[in-house]
Design a protein around this ligand. Structure first.
Ligand code: MTE
Ligand code: MO
Length: 269
């Protein structure tokens, strides 16, 4: 055996998912990279995303495990302006009323498969233990931004409501309708993660961005950070958190607004 043969017994490193995705997106052309909605209409993008995500999901479980931390950065790395994307100002009447009241009447309901359903005001969430983290947000459109988030770990909030043993997923229900809010069908943004991500140390319900109250464009009053996954998992404008055993009966059945439009449910980076 030559001295250059490596037989450490470790699995090979994961393929670089981000560069695979970038290369795939580059092939589609910058002109089409105008929004998540337009991207989802492009079958080439959806295919590229799916293949890149499959590589990553398997590789991540093999090599890193689901508890591995996303990279954290220093204050010097923080972007001057953190881009906002998707909904920038929900049009829904209930949200607008809460916003006009400075979110004093807003409360996050946490319910479903829990022993003690509860509702938490912003003031209550702010008195809970907090975590501050400087992380990079990666959107499927091909842009990234580093920001400093402060919020309460979702694990802490879950401990208050005591999930039942059959709770397998956490569903995030948002305020913003993606279609005309007057239309009959519910088109409000939603997302879901499994318990590994729900209890991950960096999964926080964030109420501050870069030392300021979370701006409306970025999801005021509260948005979730799922740091090991792509941007669309990070639900903004949270209204309600629901613990469920399965999500195939919710809306399109794929676990999220963009998932119902063809994106992968597991969007690991
Ligand atoms: N409620 C809600 N959450 C959302 C979205 C949205 O349109 N509505 N867009 C998603 C997408 S595609 C991205 S990239 C991020 C953007 O977060 P930002 O506005 O803070 O940049 O939010 C995600 N969460
Ligand atoms: Mo995104």
């Amino acid at each position: 055996m030559s001295r250059r043969t490596i037989s450490s017994g470790w699995p090979v490193p994961p393929p670089n998912r981000r560069s695979a995705l970038r290369a795939a997106l580059a092939g589609i052309g910058a002109a089409t990279l105008a929004g998540c909605d337009r991207l989802s209409n492009n079958p080439a993008v959806v295919d590229a995303l799916k293949s890149a995500q499959h590589l990553s999901h398997g590789a991540q479980r093999l090599v890193a495990g689901r508890k591995a931390m996303a990279q954290e950065f220093s204050e010097a790395d923080i972007a001057k302006t953190f881009k906002a994307n998707g909904t920038l100002a929900p049009r829904d009447a209930d949200y607008r009323a809460l916003m006009q009241g400075g979110f004093k009447d807003w409360a996050l309901r946490v319910e479903g498969l829990v022993e003690q359903p509860a509702a938490f005001t912003l003031a209550e969430l702010r008195t809970m233990p907090s975590r501050t983290q400087i992380t990079r947000h990666d959107c499927v459109e091909g842009w990234s931004a580093i920001g400093k988030w402060k919020g309460v770990p979702l694990a802490h909030v879950l401990a208050q409501v005591k999930p039942l043993p059959n709770a397998k997923y956490v569903v995030f229900r948002c305020a913003d309708s993606m279609d005309d809010p007057a239309a009959a069908a519910d088109s409000r943004y939603y997302e879901s993660v499994d318990m590994d991500d729900a209890y991950h140390a960096q999964t926080v319900l964030a109420y501050e961005l870069n030392g300021q109250p979370l701006p409306v464009a970025n999801g005021a009053p509260l948005r979730v950070r799922i740091e090991r996954q792509l941007g669309y998992k990070h639900a903004k404008y949270l209204m309600r958190i629901e613990l469920v055993e399965r999500f195939d009966q919710i809306r399109g059945g794929q676990g999220g607004y963009w998932e119902d439009n063809g994106y992968e449910w597991y969007a690991g980076i």
